[in-house]
Design a protein around this ligand. Structure first.
Ligand SMILES: *Cc1c(COP(=O)(O)O)cnc(C)c1O
Ligand SMILES: *[C@@H]1O[C@H](CO)[C@@H](O)[C@H](O)[C@H]1NC(C)=O
Ligand SMILES: *[C@@H]1O[C@H](CO)[C@@H](O)[C@H](O)[C@H]1NC(C)=O
Length: 432
């Protein structure tokens, strides 16, 4: 089909200078409303970097301010560090969504989706790709395609996202048995431990059948650590030696690529399939993509439909995701730099500790000294009053995630707020 080879986003965008004038006007209006300095993004491709959600948030704050004096004193800005999933689509993404050429993707007719999937496959160095609603569905589909026979076993990290945070879907839905191997603090699993976990065919009468190994890059629960291409190659060789497949949960693989200075296609070269979240660091509103061989993707499309993930005019989502891919990959490095500044700042706070050397990408985990008697819950609650949002990772640790809509000044504001929040909690503690 000819339409699938053109860039439906680019064509539409190039079609009318009127639209461009409209965009510029929208951009200027956004600037007027938000104030140049209050936007968190650096002025690079400035129309595309205005976070319109931030603008709306600001307006709400203004109305609130009139209502309560307390809020006026407490909430001056919002710095949302809960996750890199909280980014709001930019004006450029919204404009691309508005003008995307769409049709029914269940009938394989959406030109923007087809073009986007071809682009992603090319960037990731695989034959084909398919857009899916979430990373969880992307991983589930991938595991199920590789483990078509019930009673298959997958080897995966004991701290991996698939094992911990995906409702055990590979078992409940796919009849796939998980065999966990200990994750090292850097997100890897020892190669000899992986090999030892592979079921020997001699025990076929009692054992499940090992069919797949899963890696995670970056490894979220290990602090966003990067997995190297060399390590991945070794696991790939092991998989080949034993006739197994290799899947990479690459929710944040673009972060690993930015941090390691290695292209994404090289990082997943040894893998049979990989999934990537478009809605995390890349900043798209919705979606993930899985990549693999043509045959793998054909099966994946069928399973996507089975799981209720067949969607209609998804060109609107793919158009936003393309802008995310095009504009935001280059910003990842900057996010990582800001995460380092954050970690260095945290080290200066007496009650906190952070292993700054483990901060390789955009995630920072910090610990609260137990002798300070401050729980992560109470710290996060106190921080909310300053408009700083973060998530407890355990009773004594907090997770902070930087994304491209967090500026360096936001980082400094968050650090100051953490210091003040700790002082407030300690003061209350002593008056009790
Ligand atoms: C977020 C995440 C997923 C799942 O993505 P959803 O879109 O939230 O379902 C999978 N793996 C890792 C490592 C993630 O961080
Ligand atoms: C990943 O990269 C994006 C894009 O710059 C960034 O916003 C995000 O903070 C990074 N996240 C992680 C976990 O490295
Ligand atoms: C925790 O705080 C106590 C008291 O301030 C201090 O003596 C101790 O060294 C701290 N521990 C760590 C691991 O920072």
């Amino acid at each position: 089909m000819e339409s699938s080879r053109r860039n439906p986003i680019g064509d539409v965008a190039a079609a009318g200078s009127l639209r461009r004038v409209h965009l510029v006007l929208t951009g200027l209006l956004a600037l007027r409303f938000c104030g140049w300095a209050s936007g968190s993004a650096e002025p690079r491709g400035w129309i595309s970097t205005i976070p319109s959600g931030g603008c709306r948030r600001k307006k709400i704050d203004v109305t609130r301010k009139r209502k309560t004096k307390e809020v006026e004193e407490m909430v001056t800005r919002t710095v949302d560090l809960r996750s890199d999933t909280v980014t709001k689509p930019t004006e450029a993404m919204r404009a691309a969504m508005a003008s995307a050429d769409v049709d029914d993707d269940v009938l394989s007719r959406d030109p923007t989706a087809q073009w986007f999937e071809e682009e992603v496959a090319r960037i990731m160095g695989k034959e084909a790709a398919v857009f899916v609603p979430s990373g969880t569905m992307g991983n589930l589909i991938s595991v199920l395609v590789h483990c078509e026979v019930r009673g298959s076993e997958v080897i995966l990290g004991d701290n991996s996202h698939i094992h911990i945070y995906e409702n055990g879907g590979i078992s409940t839905i796919g009849g796939v048995h998980p065999r966990t191997v200990k994750n090292n603090p850097d997100g890897t699993m020892d190669i000899d431990r992986i090999e030892a976990a592979i079921r020997h065919p001699d025990g076929e009468l009692y054992y499940p059948t090992t069919r797949l190994i899963c890696l995670e890059n970056t490894h979220a629960n290990c602090g966003g650590r990067c997995i190297s291409a060399e390590y991945t190659d070794k696991v790939g060789e092991l998989a080949q030696k034993h006739g197994l497949k290799l899947h990479i949960d690459g929710a944040r693989i673009f972060n690993a690529s930015a941090a390691l200075g290695v292209p994404v296609h090289r990082l997943i070269q040894a893998a049979d399939s990989a999934s990537v979240c478009l809605s995390k660091g890349l900043g798209a509103p919705v979606g993930s993509v899985i990549v693999g061989t043509k045959d793998f993707i054909t099966k994946a499309r069928r399973l996507r439909k089975t799981l209720g993930g067949g969607m209609r005019q998804i060109g609107v989502l793919c158009a936003a995701a393309y802008v995310a891919l095009k504009d935001n990959v280059v910003k990842l490095e900057d996010d990582h730099r800001k995460a380092k500044i954050f970690a260095d700042g945290l080290k200066e706070i007496k009650q906190l500790s952070v292993d700054a050397s483990s901060v390789e990408t955009n995630m920072v985990f910090f610990n609260i000294n137990e002798s300070s008697m401050i729980s992560s819950m109470s710290l996060c609650e106190a921080l909310e009053k300053f408009g700083v949002l973060a998530m407890p990772a355990s009773s004594t640790s907090v997770r902070v995630v930087i994304h491209y809509q967090i500026s360096e000044s936001d980082v400094h504001y968050a650090l100051t707020s953490i210091k003040q929040a700790i002082q407030e909690i300690l003061a209350i503690g002593t008056t009790k």
